[in-house]
Design a protein around this ligand. Structure first.
Ligand SMILES: *[C@@H]1O[C@H](CO)[C@@H](O)[C@H](O)[C@H]1NC(C)=O
Ligand SMILES: *[C@@H]1O[C@H](CO)[C@@H](O)[C@H](O)[C@H]1NC(C)=O
Ligand SMILES: *[C@@H]1O[C@H](CO)[C@@H](O)[C@H](O)[C@H]1NC(C)=O
Ligand SMILES: *[C@@H]1O[C@H](CO)[C@@H](O)[C@H](O)[C@H]1NC(C)=O
Ligand SMILES: *[C@@H]1O[C@H](CO)[C@@H](O)[C@H](O)[C@H]1NC(C)=O
Length: 420
């Protein structure tokens, strides 16, 4: 049969490209090989009959504009990714997950949160890609092998930041809130929704038109190539970057234990001999590599990669969000615009102000790190991350006076045209 012949060839190609658990994919999901011409393509994966028909009519590698779009927000810790995630979470047609790869990391590397060994990294990446592929196909059971304790009867109350996903706090997954409820507090969701039924979550995922996942656990866009080239997916990557001086400053404030030595440096002006510099260098190396991959415009990234500076998002959130939605080919919703107005500069909603305080501050002053970091640390960061700064349009400051003089902006206007 035409269809199965193509499927086998395609599977062969996919296995080589993916180089990871090809056998499991083959045995478990042979019918997801063919792109199904429906926005609900994962729902139809079991319907063999319609699969056969669509395979005959539908040519491989041609995309149906109304297909499900799979969005990945590729970010770094403290680069504004929670805010960026909300831009999708608030959309009623998007099934959004906040950092599901957390479970991969805690299972595979419970004690090595900063491990950068290449073997560890390969294992993590292989498992992460596999999980992402399953999640984009709405196969949430796949996540179970990483959740501890192991879910029973496909229910769990241990999904990381479940409350940060609107879809997981509203019908059909949870009936505690009415669908019209816009601002569900994360804690309220956890309290009122009780255990998460992953069967219902998968149902919700299939019902929604698109899937968006935010992660800080993929080092660079090149690591996603196998997924981007996977014809079963329609993956588009939004890479969120931020001035490394801003990231560092924010981490020093937020992770008081892990960044203790940086605080000592800031306070005493003397760099502790045992300071873990990789806390800074890995950020810059990963971002540089990733942006380098993106700007070199390899054909496999065409139409699939957009670089967004957090500072631009903070300064012009509505405009930037519209640009992002346009790139993705999704229509923006009133609810998303309203959420942005409520949670950025100009808002009078006090609770929102507290929750997304970092965004508000940055919007008002995207360069507040200049008042928080010492000149030594800034100087050092500029040396270590020089190329990233140049690449992304962040200007170095040369003297303590210039550092503290907020009327000299260090953010160049720079447009990153998406590769279409
Ligand atoms: C795309 O999918 C929609 C919904 O299933 C269908 O109505 C439409 O005909 C498809 N378009 C093409 C070009 O296949
Ligand atoms: C799982 O479901 C089965 C059958 O409905 C039931 O007997 C069992 O008690 C359930 N287990 C848990 C832990 O709820
Ligand atoms: C989860 O939801 C499914 C679908 O409605 C249902 O069949 C199943 O019994 C539920 N599981 C539990 C443990 O309630
Ligand atoms: C925005 O704020 C108004 C007033 O507080 C509130 O009624 C509305 O539900 C909020 N909308 C969103 C999407 O957050
Ligand atoms: C800050 O920079 C501006 C522009 O170069 C300059 O006019 C101003 O005098 C400076 N302010 C201070 C306090 O140095």
């Amino acid at each position: 049969m035409q269809c199965s012949w193509k499927a086998v060839v395609l599977l062969g190609l996919a296995s080589i490209a993916i180089q990871y658990t090809a056998i499991r994919t083959f045995t478990a999901q042979p019918f997801q090989i063919c792109p199904v011409p429906s926005p609900l393509n994962c729902a139809l994966s079991q319907e063999v009959e319609s699969f056969d028909r669509s395979c005959d009519e539908f040519s491989f590698f041609s995309y149906n504009a109304s297909r499900k779009t799979h969005v990945l927000i590729l970010a770094t810790t403290r680069s504004g990714s929670s805010f960026a995630g909300q831009l999708f979470n608030q959309h009623s047609h998007v099934f959004y997950l906040f950092e599901p790869l957390y479970h991969v990391q805690t299972t595979l590397m419970p004690h090595l949160s900063h491990s950068r060994g290449s073997a560890d990294r390969r294992v993590m990446l292989g498992a992460s890609r596999d999980l992402l592929r399953s999640l984009y196909n709405c196969d949430l059971y796949f996540l179970e092998s990483y959740i501890k304790p192991h879910p029973t009867n496909h229910t769990t109350d241990k999904l990381f930041r479940r409350g940060a996903s609107k879809a997981l706090c509203s019908p059909p997954v949870c009936d505690a809130f009415s669908p019209s409820e816009v601002n569900i507090e994360e804690g309220d969701c956890i309290r009122k929704c009780t255990s998460l039924n992953l069967t219902l979550a998968a149902e919700s995922c299939r019902e929604r038109r698109h899937v968006a996942i935010k992660t800080v656990r993929i080092p660079e866009v090149g690591d996603l190539r196998a997924l981007i080239e996977d014809p079963r997916l329609n993956l588009k990557v939004i890479q969120l970057v931020r001035d490394p001086r801003g990231i560092l400053s924010s981490r020093i404030e937020t992770f008081r234990d892990t960044y203790r030595l940086w605080r000592i440096w800031r306070a005493t002006g003397r760099k502790p001999y045992n300071l873990d510099l990789s806390q800074l260098t890995t950020v810059c190396e990963d971002v540089l590599r990733s942006v380098g991959t993106g700007t070199s415009r390899p054909t496999w990234l065409r139409g699939r990669y957009m670089l967004v500076r957090y500072e631009d998002l903070a300064r012009r959130p509505l405009q930037k969000t519209r640009d992002i939605y346009e790139f993705l080919g999704l229509s923006m919703e009133k609810a998303v615009e309203e959420w942005i107005r409520n949670n950025t500069r100009g808002s009078s909603d006090v609770s929102a102000k507290q929750k997304y305080g970092t965004v508000r501050d940055s919007a008002a002053n995207a360069e507040s790190w200049r008042l928080k970091l010492s000149h030594h640390i800034v100087d050092y960061t500029q040396t270590v991350c020089q190329q990233v700064l140049e690449e992304l349009g962040y200007k170095a400051v040369s003297s303590p006076e210039e550092l503290k003089n907020m009327s000299i902006s260090v953010i160049e206007d720079k447009t990153f045209v998406p590769f279409l």
